[in-house]
Design a protein around this ligand. Sequence first.
Ligand SMILES: [Zn+2]
Length: 233
Amino acid sequence: MRILAIGAHPDDLEILCGGTLAKYAAKGDEVTMAIVTDGAAGSTELAVEELRKIRRQEAEKSAKLIGADFTWLGEPDELFFENKESRFKSIELIRKAKPDIIITHAPSDYHPDHQAVSQAILNSSFVATLPNIKSAHEAHELVCPIYYMDTLAGVNFQPSDYVNITEQFEMKQKMLACHASQIEWLQYHDNIDILELIETTAKFRGYQVGVKYAEAFQSAQYWLRVKPERLLP
Ligand SMILES: [Zn+2]
């Protein structure tokens, strides 16, 4: 299977579905980790150009840990909007990766970039199948099933599916630990220990399904996208 995971910011995928991506990769599926914005807004010390470079390096390092392909769209942090240009960027991303399943943000998540990415990917993944909409790559054959990842701390999110990540939890921690600049920023700016947050959330989701650690998902309920078989690992 080919899995395309799309996060708004460089650490979102690790926080919200890192264990699941590691599990796909471990069983030989092809994983692409795509980051939409450059994550360069979160600092009081570093200039945008400098932080952009650091955050990209951190994200690439994390993707490498599980052998995932890495795609960086480089949109400005905090300012992602769906327009014609971003629609085509998203279409290209999907056509190039040819996914069997897309994992992205829930529309109910807290951050405007998360909400915008969620909507943009839902829309683009439909248009990506239309051959008369021309771009560098050929139209994708599949109106792709989409799974929304959990929201931060699970707020306003009712899961439809769970993935047991007990065996992958250590890898999830390692992947997130690559994002050193963001771990420091969240502690300083929001007083959040993000490594503790992912452990608490994974335990909480784990308790819901009787395993040590789990990640939670919601299948996007749209015509042509809902499949009878289980696509999550
Ligand atoms: Zn984010």
